[in-house]
Ligand binder design. Structure first.
Ligand SMILES: Cc1cc2nc3c(=O)[nH]c(=O)nc-3n(C[C@H](O)[C@H](O)[C@H](O)COP(=O)(O)OP(=O)(O)OC[C@H]3O[C@@H](n4cnc5c(N)ncnc54)[C@H](O)[C@@H]3O)c2cc1C
Length: 437
């Protein structure tokens, strides 16, 4: 038995039979073969940033941290690509891409997840036309359930680009990338009704909002491309600049500084949370920053939390959000973290929660130390009723029957799974619960 493994939020833990850290492709094949012979399950693990039990196992944890870095630059008619090893953290990927004058198209703000983990769950940012990291996949190499090294065939790519780790241990991905550029981020308070209007979501290439149930002001954030040597508001050549703060600042749509305070209020005097949240929203001021996208977006969370995030059909986002905010306020379930709203285009991945439909992402977060169950369960009821599919990394009560009803390409995914993992070496109770066997 190896040591207890815990995820980032602290809400999931397990004691794997063994944790192995293979150093090369043949090492991964050997691990899978040996585990299969012994009848043990195999679960690749990244940075443990999923809130759900998706990385949990009592079998063998495969730590891919030795598989790190970009291994090659390529090109397709559609544009530049890079080959990157699956254990690479997004922080390292951003840095290595920037060294080569390249960047991810997806606005991913969190540095810690690995490429393998982010792809498995379909990690996304927020923009009407910017897809998830999975959408950038043009090739994948993995070790399947029989321990075979395989380049995923083009016909299977939509199964593998968001696979929940059910098809194999991904070793390397080829990702479409874009030329690096500078952006200007603006964080600004706006009326809640405005962010529930579709025009708000189409005005900028990258855009998001955060709303407290009791507040009439939303905290928003959007990006615009910033050409080199653009002039700033004072007519100066606008170099990369850190966040400029004016007055009292809510540091971003996640409002890190204020929210740290709110969670303290929450524990001591929960009754005051709505009043505190309203004050925070009212006091927010406009803030801007300029630089490479991954730098201006980066905002490490100030507090640990549990999360449920659902992909609603875009047309249902406003109604679903309104009902959710009302339900949380009416049931006195407001917490010190706002409901986060984001958007994305339809995804081709058969199991991506945004599969085949423009999506509005709605996330509810509950600070660690607060009883999260009543809040999350209330959110599940509302967001499910509005046609939502949960993010695979987030907490939910989703079942295999729900997946069958909501993902039209599930039968195709099963066919690919039968080919890549006929013996279900990569199955876990958490996967069985949402995928069936
Ligand atoms: C503070 C915070 C902010 C977040 N923000 C966002 C966000 O903005 N957008 C978003 O979409 N998500 C977000 N998430 C969720 C997070 O993106 C995902 O949980 C994360 O991408 C998973 O990466 P990981 O390396 O931590 O993987 P883990 O959580 O360790 O694993 C996740 C899954 O990937 C599988 N896996 C890992 N490596 C491989 C591999 N090499 N081959 C096959 N399967 C593999 C695991 O088996 C597991 O099923 C956030 C999470 C936190 C804690």
């Amino acid at each position: 038995m190896s040591a207890v493994w815990t995820n980032w939020s602290g809400g999931q833990e397990c004691r794997p039979t063994a944790t192995v850290r293979p150093l090369d492709d043949s090492g991964v094949s050997a691990v899978v073969r040996r585990a299969a012979e012994r009848g043990q399950a195999v679960r690749p693990v990244g940075s443990g940033h999923s809130f759900s039990a998706i990385a949990v196992t009592d079998g063998v944890h495969v730590d891919l941290s030795a598989f790190s870095g970009i291994t090659g630059i390529g090109g397709r008619p559609s544009g530049p690509t890079v080959r990157v090893r699956a254990g690479t953290t997004l922080a390292r990927l951003h840095d290595e891409l920037a060294d080569r004058g390249l960047a991810l198209a997806a606005p991913l703000e969190l540095a810690a997840p690995t490429v393998g983990g982010a792809l498995a769950v379909g990690m996304h940012g927020s923009g009407p036309a910017v897809g998830s990291l999975s959408a950038a996949v043009v090739g994948l190499r993995l070790v399947d359930g029989r321990g075979r090294l395989r380049d995923v065939a083009a016909a299977d790519l939509d199964a593998a680009r968001t696979s929940l780790g059910a098809l194999g241990v991904v070793l390397e991905a080829e990702l479409a990338v874009v030329p690096a550029g500078r952006v200007r981020v603006t964080r600004e308070p706006r009326p809640v009704e405005e962010v529930l209007d579709e025009d708000f979501w189409t005005a900028h290439p990258v855009v998001e909002a955060a709303v407290f149930p009791s507040a009439s002001t939303a905290l928003t954030r959007w990006l615009e491309p910033r050409p080199d040597h653009a002039e700033d508001d004072d007519g100066e050549d606008d170099e990369d600049e850190p966040e400029r703060t004016v007055g009292v600042t809510v540091a971003g749509a996640t409002g890190r500084t204020a929210l740290g305070g709110a969670t303290l209020v929450e524990r001591a005097l929960p009754r005051l949370v709505p009043r505190f949240n309203r004050a925070v929203s009212r006091l927010a001021r406009t803030v801007t920053a300029t630089g490479p996208m991954h730098r201006v977006l980066s905002s490490p969370p100030a507090v640990r939390f549990e999360q449920t995030e659902w992909a609603l059909p875009r047309a249902a986002m406003a109604a679903g959000t309104r009902e959710l905010l009302a339900a949380l306020a009416d049931d006195h379930l407001e917490v010190g973290l706002p409901v986060r709203l984001r958007v994305g285009p339809p995804e081709t991945g058969w199991l991506h929660p945004a599969h085949d439909r423009p999506t509005g992402w709605v996330a509810v977060r509950v600070p660690r130390g607060t009883d999260h169950a009543p809040v999350l369960e209330r959110a599940w009821r509302v967001l499910r009723d509005h046609g939502g599919r949960p993010h695979w990394a987030s907490r939910s009560d989703w079942t295999a029957a729900d997946t069958a009803a909501s993902y039209p390409r599930l039968p195709d995914f099963r066919r690919v799974r039968d080919d890549y993992d006929p013996d279900r070496v990569f199955a876990t109770p958490a996967l069985d619960a949402v995928l069936g066997d």
